[in-house]
Design a protein around this ligand. Structure first.
Ligand code: RP5
Length: 162
């Protein structure tokens, strides 16, 4: 088993169905990852150890998903020096706008690359793009992936023209 280079972390196991989609993309691209459920609020010490140790464990990117008062991605960015991608998760009461603004409105100096509400697939693709900067094999896979998407749209259009 290769050493994980991407960390997928979420605030609760209730986030797992949506966050698992990131794992599926990373598997498709052959990117080794680790996946954890860690609550920054309910178990701050465990969270601190995870985020503080992430660089030494070999992680290059963290994808952090959380809902409601979604402080997990921002706190990852405070403790981990490499890119953090935040996934705001849908919440029943405020539809995920609470999560979105919690993750998006970071103070200057501590960046989190925020994707759309429940935008897990794009978060994983963004992580792959970041890794592809120094990995030509991944870059080729990304080009092939884009090509497949293009073909799929063209096939649908061609069917409409029949
Ligand atoms: C956040 O609170 C989690 O990321 C989750 O989206 C939300 C609700 O958590 P549970 O009450 O379902 O554990 O911390």
């Amino acid at each position: 088993m290769e050493k994980p280079v991407v960390g997928i972390v979420m605030g609760s196991d209730s986030d797992l169905p949506v966050m698992s989609k990131a794992a599926a993309i990373l598997e498709e691209f052959g990117v080794p990852y680790e996946m954890r459920v860690i609550s920054a609020h309910r178990e701050p010490d465990v969270f601190f150890e995870y985020a503080k140790g992430a660089e030494a464990r070999g992680l290059k990117v963290i994808i952090a998903g959380a809902g409601m008062a979604a402080h997990l991605p921002g706190m990852c960015a405070a403790l981990f020096p490499l890119p953090v991608i935040g996934v705001p998760l849908y919440s029943k009461t405020l539809g995920g706008e609470d999560s979105l603004y919690s993750i998006l409105q970071m103070p200057s100096g501590i960046p989190v690359a925020t994707v759309a509400i429940d935008g897990t697939k794009n978060a994983a693709l963004l992580a792959v793009r970041m890794l592809a900067i120094s990995n030509p094999e991944l870059l080729e896979k990304l080009k092939a992936y884009a090509g497949k998407q293009c073909d799929a749209v063209q096939k649908k259009d061609a069917r409409l023209q029949e």
